[in-house]
Design a protein around this ligand. Structure first.
Ligand code: ADP
Length: 644
């Protein structure tokens, strides 16, 4: 087969890049779905759609292209490291109340919190009439059960690295005497607004020896990690009810729950609330780069009172396949995850499907309201060829003394240049000292054909405007030219068409998202921007032409209720959608979250008279439709729970 036909095939297929350690199942599913693997030797550096790796650098987030997706958000360690999670939950509990944030066992980060731990240990002992309680000690930066031990007496607590000591849930719900926990797969498609999907299937992970408080050092009885239990002597044995191995699917678990006479919907709703409340601890601090998605593994333990407890949040949850339950759950999960990534036909063409960076560049220069940036406000990178081309065009047609890439992400009601200028000139000095390297802007050509990248700086104003200035001392800020029409000779009809279709997504430094769009029309031999200066947001077109951060239904502009077996759990109504937009209003979200379990505690026949805000049928109407999350079998909980 010729090279040419090979590359034609590539343009029609979506292309994935995998890091060396990525589990095979990821490759298998992508190939099954018709994707092609990236080949470094044959393909352009940006010629891929999905990068699956354990983490990304700031530069990678900054340089993301519209057709690309990254499988992580930045800064999510705030919940995926044990110590950070404990710290963040404690902070939230201080602000929103310990009765709201009561789903995680009390924890202390040692050595720092040693004195506080001793105080709690003593209090606990006293409350139990001198009887010692149970504690679990876990190294903060280890996983898979490594280094964990359970103790009662403080003199048995030894550690040589930073650890968290947590109250041990000593009364877990057991299945035929075996301890288990739940692995819940949670996908965040956006942090601003927060949009959360929970996968209907999941895993139940068992200890492989019967639970007993008499043998605290038996890891096969007390720890439910597969990485430990697969080496247990009873792993392959057919254990009562549990069977062989150490995993069930969530559907198997639901069948078991039916045999217990419990308020099952309430339990699933509590888990869903735990997920949302945990994510809210970091939501305001996560930058919102476009085209990212995060898959978390939440570990939940159910105690004998059917209270769910959050044990841990996993970054990159294990995708190894070592039993049938894994195949069922993880394969389905990956299939649906790809759908959550929301690729469009145009993404298959990659750079051929989008206006090229040098066209973006022309747009950026043509009007101060335009620039192409990613969510961090950085100008998208230009390929060297594109850069050359743009350079040619501009050196022949322009005579700038200053390059200005400006956007105002704050308002759609106008643009006050003088205000920004004033603010910007004050901040230039400050920015000079900032960490932005000249390298980032070295691709921006100067009007004279010289490389002025070294002199270019980016400046934020208090309104969220971002400007990039050429700081050559001879070229001062006073020379800002606000509006300029596009040079006619540089536009082909194809380019014009693309520009008219272009919707450019911008975001201010604190994460507000808005879209800028424009049409160009020819008059006096030049192309002029027409239409409102800051046209209203057109999400539908945005989805077509740019990169969707989350899936909005085209009918009602709300996040889709389900994508495959991913069920939307947040936002769940208009109030929570509004409150989770920038600036996020956590208090309102908390109030709405608190209503849900209360509704479920009411008998089905409860009427709205006594407490109208808790009326289940009216609440259901207000909700986006998903309302309740729970495993697939038996049917969706919302269907069985609100029949009147
Ligand atoms: P790791 O990241 O090493 O897996 P986890 O916090 O998930 O650490 O703990 C490992 C296992 O230990 C859990 O799967 C669970 O079975 C048990 N475990 C952890 N914390 C507690 C706790 N507070 N109470 C009861 N069991 C716990």
């Amino acid at each position: 087969m010729s090279c040419q036909s090979g590359s034609e095939d590539l343009t029609k297929s979506l292309v994935f890049r995998l890091h060396e350690g990525t589990p095979e199942i990821v490759r298998d599913v992508l190939l099954e779905r018709g994707w092609v693997e990236f080949n470094e030797e044959e393909q352009d550096e940006n010629d891929w759609n999905l990068y699956w790796r354990s983490g990304f650098s700031n530069a990678e987030y900054e340089n993301i292209m519209p057709w690309q997706r990254l499988i992580h958000y930045p800064k999510i360690m705030g919940i995926t490291r044990k110590d950070n999670l404990a710290r963040n939950l404690k902070r939230m509990s201080g602000v929103y109340g310990s009765t709201t944030y009561n789903f995680s066992p009390i924890a202390f980060i040692l050595p720092n919190d040693y004195t506080k731990f001793v105080a709690e240990y003593t209090k606990d002992k006293k409350a139990n009439g001198g009887k010692l309680g149970y504690w679990i000690c876990k190294p903060v930066d280890l996983s898979r059960g490594r280094g964990i031990f359970i103790f009662q007496d403080i003199k048995d607590l030894t550690y040589s690295c930073s650890v968290i000591v947590q109250k041990y849930i000593s009364n877990p719900l057991l299945i035929s005497g075996y301890k288990f926990d739940l692995r819940i797969y949670v996908c965040v498609t956006s942090f601003c607004p927060l949009i959360v999907y929970i996968y209907q299937e999941g895993l139940v992970r068992f200890g492989t020896e019967k639970y007993s408080l008499a043998s605290l050092d038996n890891v096969y009885a007390h720890l439910t990690n597969t990485s430990i239990n697969r080496f247990g002597p009873s792993y392959t044995m057919d254990k009562e009810r549990v069977g062989s191995g150490c995993k069930w699917t969530m559907s198997q678990f639901r069948a078991f729950l039916h045999s217990l006479n419990i308020n099952e919907p309430l339990m699933w709703q509590k888990i869903s609330n735990i997920v949302t409340m945990t994510l809210l601890t970091i939501t305001p601090s996560i930058p919102s780069p476009p085209n990212c998605l995060e898959l978390f593994g939440f570990d939940i333990l159910i105690d004998e009172n059917i209270k769910p407890w959050l044990l841990e949040v996993n970054y990159s949850p294990a995708l190894m396949v070592d039993c049938n339950a894994d195949v069922i759950v993880k394969k389905g999960l990956l299939y649906d995850l790809i759908d959550l990534l929301n690729y469009k036909e145009v993404d298959r063409l990659r750079q051929r499907g989008y206006p090229s960076p040098w066209q973006y560049n022309i747009l950026s220069r043509s009007h101060p309201s335009f620039c192409v940036t990613n969510s961090f406000g950085n100008v998208l990178p230009l390929h060297s060829n594109a850069s050359k081309k743009a350079n040619e065009i501009w050196s022949s047609s322009q005579n700038d003394s200053l390059l200005v890439y400006r956007k105002n992400c704050n308002q759609s009601n106008g643009y006050n240049q003088s205000e920004d200028q004033e603010m910007d000139s004050q901040k230039v000095e400050e920015e000079n000292k900032s960490s932005y390297t000249s390298k980032q802007f070295s691709h921006i050509p100067s009007s004279t054909g010289e490389d002025s990248g070294k002199n270019i700086k980016k400046v934020y104003s208090s309104t969220g405007a971002v400007s990039v200035y050429c700081l050559d001392p001879k070229k001062c800020i006073k020379n800002v030219k606000p509006t300029r029409s596009l040079p006619k000779k540089t536009l082909t009809s194809q380019m014009r068409e693309k520009m008219n279709r272009s919707y450019i997504r911008t975001q201010n430094p604190v994460g507000r998202v808005m879209l800028l769009g424009a049409k160009y029309e020819q008059s006096d031999g030049n192309f002029h921007k027409t239409g409102p200066r800051f046209p209203s947001v057109d999400l539908q077109r945005y989805q077509l032409a740019s990169f969707p951060q989350y899936s909005l239904s085209e009918v009602d502009k709300k996040p889709k209720n389900r994508i495959g077996d991913f069920i939307l759990t947040f936002p769940f109504n208009e109030i929570t959608l509004k409150a989770s937009r920038d600036p996020i209003n956590i208090r309102i979200i908390m109030q709405e979250l608190q209503k849900m379990p209360k509704i479920l505690q009411l008998p089905k026949s409860a009427k709205s008279k006594s407490e109208p805000h808790l009326d289940s049928s009216s609440n259901r109407k207000e909700c986006f439709g998903s309302f309740l999350w729970g495993p697939r079998n038996p049917p969706l909980l919302s269907e069985c729970c609100f029949q009147n």
